[in-house]
Design a protein around this ligand. Structure first.
Ligand SMILES: [Zn+2]
Length: 237
């Protein structure tokens, strides 16, 4: 594939993302009053051309027990039951409460907010990928946190602690885990967590495996629990 084709594909993706973001920003915010709307202005984000100013991230690490996830478990994989992310924990029940949640790369915090619903405290971080990688950027959602150590507008480094594993303020009591999602564009919002439509959502473990810099090719050490191994682990169904 020629570089011009790649350039046009990236340009098309950006125009699409920009269109979506402006449309989203202009749309009436009809969310229920109990659910605060996202604080970041995607219109400002694009107007200020923030993304090209962000550091390029290539050496991605695991969000729990970085860099390789040794000692972490996946209790609900991507797309199982329509899951749009992965559930990670380091212990059964609520024993993972307080486990550090780390940024998977060098990025920029777009949202750090308590949504006071089943998502609890949520962080969105934007990561700009190296030239030639696709997509040009990803947005990662870290959800159901107990603590949040960053605020919107912060720059974070790969492996930096940004919060801790929670249970969404007790909504998932006895099921503490990190629900995290990787999106191929910005501004998809909180989302549903589960859906038959996965457009925009990427497999988190596959993303990590493909963007690990010097560790690419070295397997992740996180253990994926089989369905018959998940009793007592935090899952959402
Ligand atoms: Zn989940």
């Amino acid at each position: 594939m020629g570089s011009r084709v790649v350039y046009l594909a990236l340009l098309a993706a950006w125009v699409g993302a920009l269109w979506w973001a402006l449309d989203w920003a202009a749309a009436p915010k009809s969310a229920p009053a109990a659910v605060p709307t996202i604080q970041v202005s995607w219109k400002d984000f694009f107007t200020a051309n923030v993304l090209p100013k962000l550091p390029i991230s290539d050496n991605f690490v695991t969000p729990l027990r970085p860099p390789d996830g040794a000692g972490a478990y996946v209790s609900l994989p991507f797309l199982e039951q329509g899951h749009l992310g992965e559930d990670w924990a380091t212990a059964k029940g609520d024993a993972a409460l307080g486990e550090p949640v780390c940024s998977i790369g060098d990025g920029w915090v777009a949202v750090a907010q308590d949504f006071e619903n089943a998502w609890g405290k949520v962080i969105f971080v934007e990561y700009r990928l190296a030239t030639g990688r696709y997509p040009p950027s990803v947005e990662v959602m870290y959800a159901q946190l107990q603590e949040v150590d960053v605020k919107a507008g912060d720059f974070v480094k790969a492996g930096q602690k940004i919060g801790t594993v929670g249970n969404a303020g007790g909504i998932y009591q006895g099921m503490a885990h990190l629900h995290w999602e990787v999106r191929d564009t910005v501004g998809l919002g909180l989302g549903l967590g589960f859906s038959d439509n996965r457009d925009g959502w990427m497999n988190p473990s596959d993303f990590l495996a493909a963007h690990r810099g010097d560790r690419t090719g070295k397997p992740l050490q996180v253990k994926v629990l089989a369905p018959n191994e998940r009793a007592g682990w935090g899952t959402e169904y």
